[in-house]
Design a protein around this ligand. Structure first.
Ligand code: ADP
Ligand code: ASP
Ligand code: MG
Length: 414
């Protein structure tokens, strides 16, 4: 078996879906498991529905808008033969509205997962029906019957044993289409694996199926030495070792979800990052061997960061027990640390506050520490930096820097 993963950008409109169909016919889809994300920015729109629902806004209007977008796309795609697919689309969104009307749970993350899952469920339904209609025969699977997680809604932790048992039951022939990003807990409630988690879903299937390879199809030629949205003159990385890819993804090279690499590395499954616009081009191979080919500096920019400086109020040392108290709090509040630096009486942290818990965290610490907080900062990470690398970083606004062997990190005020 091989695993393909298509992200939201590849299926953002009817032309995108037709392009995916052409691609499959060109490169082959025999004995393939294809993982697909929600179309375009649907997940963001569904997040808005959840927000409006809890703020007692007009969430039904937003649901209708999202439904209409999927109906329009289906009509264009099926060219006058769209009754069946439109019926499916409307059924999904009616179910979503009635779930929200009936729901009594005040648990934001639980409701979030039951709502945002519609993006992947409906995209795979439309794509599967379209491919079947043009003779690209496939079987649609509900991934929630296969990927099992605990009930940490919005960040489900995979139960590998159960998941493996479920996936192993699938015959290793044919062409399957299923959803990225989703799983289910022991009560069969939907869970999600964290934003941008569909790459990870692909890796879970690849691992459990002992796949021959996994390919993620992107809107870029492969992994580049910097994000082309923010840097000019980027270069394609032809080969990256698993270890180096793990480092790049960890530091924030968002082209690969950071959890994707470990399962693939454990079974040494070759991993390709390729362009859905030029499927026959080589792209990037992630596998065993040299860290980077070509060996060039790689730039990673993380925005929406916070720089925090904690110092003891009584000039006492930043001892291990103080540090462990701070890190326990960070972990409890799901605040991610991207860089840390300490001196005798202070600790500086560059952090990411995905779940809006930072103010609570800082308030809790303010009894024990003096707290300084700089929001709107960015973190630049340069792997394999050289003397010219810093020219690409606005160092006139530098707040902090750290060098670790091959890696230079600089925090910049925006
Ligand atoms: P999808 O969700 O459609 O699978 P993503 O948007 O998550 O795709 O990833 C593709 C995007 O990742 C590219 O459009 C590019 O802007 C960004 N990106 C960030 N870092 C890199 C990098 N080092 N190389 C290539 N693309 C990168
Ligand atoms: N649709 C989800 C998201 O936008 C998962 C993914 O695309 O990987 O986060
Ligand atoms: Mg994505």
């Amino acid at each position: 078996m091989k695993v393909f993963k298509f992200g939201g950008a590849s299926v953002k409109d009817a032309d995108g879906v037709r392009n995916v169909a052409d691609l499959l016919q060109k490169v082959g889809y025999q004995d393939t498991c294809m993982i697909v994300s929600a179309m375009g920015k649907t997940t963001n729109a569904l997040e808005e529905v959840v927000k409006q629902y809890f703020e007692k806004g007009d969430f039904e209007k937003t649901v209708h808008l999202i439904e209409q977008q999927h109906l329009d796309l289906s009509k264009e795609l099926f060219n006058g033969h769209s009754d069946d697919v439109c019926q499916e689309v409307s059924l999904f969104f009616n179910d979503l509205t009635s779930f929200l009307r009936r729901n009594k749970s005040p648990n934001y993350s639980y409701v979030y997962d039951q709502v945002v899952c519609c993006g992947e469920l409906i995209s795979t339904k439309i794509i599967s029906m379209y491919l079947n209609s043009i003779g690209v025969i496939n079987q649609w699977l509900d991934v929630r019957d296969y990927i099992k997680t605990d009930n940490t809604y919005r960040e489900g932790k995979v139960d590998w044993e159960l998941t493996k048992k479920n996936i192993e039951q699938l015959p290793h022939t044919g062409f399957y289409i299923t959803q990225g990003f989703l799983g289910s807990d022991t009560n069969f409630f939907t869970t999600t694996l964290g934003r941008e988690g569909s790459d990870y879903s692909g890796a879970i299937f690849a691992y459990c199926m002992n796949a021959d390879s996994m390919t993620i199809w992107k809107d870029v030629p492969g992994v580049l030495n910097a994000d082309p949205r923010y840097f000019e003159h980027t270069q394609l990385l032809h080969h990256i070792s698993y270890e180096e890819a793990i480092e790049l993804a960890y530091y924030g090279a968002s082209v690969i979800h950071p959890k994707t690499l470990q399962p693939l590395q454990r079974k040494e499954i070759p991993f390709f990052v390729k362009s859905f616009l030029d499927p026959e081009a080589d792209g990037t191979v992630v596998g065993k061997g040299q860290p980077l080919v070509p060996q060039v500096p790689c730039f990673i920019l993380k925005s929406d960061q916070h720089l925090i400086r904690l110092s003891s109020k009584d000039f006492s040392f930043m001892t291990e027990d103080k540090l462990s108290g701070v890190f326990n709090q960070l972990s409890a509040q799901q605040i991610k640390v991207n860089l840390m630096q300490n001196s005798a009486i202070s600790l500086s942290l560059c952090v990411e506050d995905k779940y809006d818990n930072l103010n609570q965290f800082l308030a809790d610490l303010s009894n024990e520490f003096n707290v300084e907080h700089d929001n709107h900062v960015s973190l630049y990470t340069i792997r394999y930096f050289d003397q010219n690398s810093e020219l690409l970083v606005p160092t006139d606004r530098e707040l902090l820097r750290q060098t670790l062997r091959d890696t230079l990190q600089i925090v910049i005020k925006n």
